[in-house]
Design a protein around this ligand. Structure first.
Ligand SMILES: C[S@@+](CC[C@H](N)C(=O)[O-])C[C@H]1O[C@@H](n2cnc3c(N)ncnc32)[C@H](O)[C@@H]1O
Length: 204
């Protein structure tokens, strides 16, 4: 875990937030999917949020109960600095999602863009799914975006998994009902195209 954390700290300490390959000016698809399933009083966690502007977009949209978790404290610090005074209304959680202590039956929405696909060890994926099962309320929603079948084999120098929607859903299993999925082509700051798959599920 220390190696994993060090890797991401080095990434965020050596690259500007708008130069990492996963940079978005707005988290448009995530925002649309969240507003489509969650009231403004929903408790939302962005897992592996990094320096994503999803928190900014959600605050702008009127959401007030936001948590952002990431392994890299430097990424959380950059997001706090970007948000200024508004950062105080967000709960910042530094930790590894496979190990973090999360509250039970607490979140209405679990969002993850480009984090689950780094879990190449099945035991880590099982720990991740156990965290979702524990901390998302029954009736809550789970939105996961990973590289799709045509996506890259690596990101940020690390091997990744690539998922078709049914395969991604199968990782989570029966307690999660697949409500829908969509594919998005992400354009990196360096001009490359990356296929992402977004799955959105109901935690039954
Ligand atoms: C490719 S970036 C995506 C960041 C953000 N979700 C976005 O869409 O802009 C992956 C993020 O996941 C974080 N991360 C990787 N493994 C993690 C883990 N096991 N637990 C928590 N965060 C992790 C990294 O620090 C990094 O910020």
């Amino acid at each position: 875990m220390a190696d994993r954390r060090q890797h991401w700290e080095t990434v965020y300490n050596s690259k500007a937030a708008d130069q990492v390959s996963w940079f978005q000016t707005h988290a448009a698809s995530s925002l649309r999917l969240i507003t489509g399933c969650a009231d403004r009083d929903a408790r939302i966690i962005d897992v592996g949020g990094g320096t994503s502007v999803l928190a900014d977009d959600l605050l702008d949209a009127g959401y007030r109960h936001l948590s952002v978790l990431d392994l890299a404290e430097s990424a959380l610090a950059a997001s706090r600095a970007r948000l200024g005074a508004r950062a105080q209304s967000v709960q910042w959680i530094a930790g590894d999602i496979t190990q973090a202590e999360l509250p039970a039956a607490h979140y209405d929405v679990w969002h993850d863009r480009a984090v689950f696909h780094f879990l190449t060890d099945p035991a880590d994926r099982a720990r991740y799914v156990a965290q979702v099962l524990k901390s998302v309320k029954p009736g809550g929603h789970v939105i996961i975006a990973t590289f799709g079948p045509g996506g890259p084999l690596q990101c940020s120098g690390l091997d990744v998994m690539r998922y078709a929607p049914d395969v991604l859903h199968a990782e989570f299993g029966m307690p999660f009902r697949l409500l829908g999925h969509e594919t998005e082509i992400h354009h990196t700051p360096a001009g490359q195209e990356q296929e992402f798959v977004y799955c959105y599920c109901l935690r039954t």
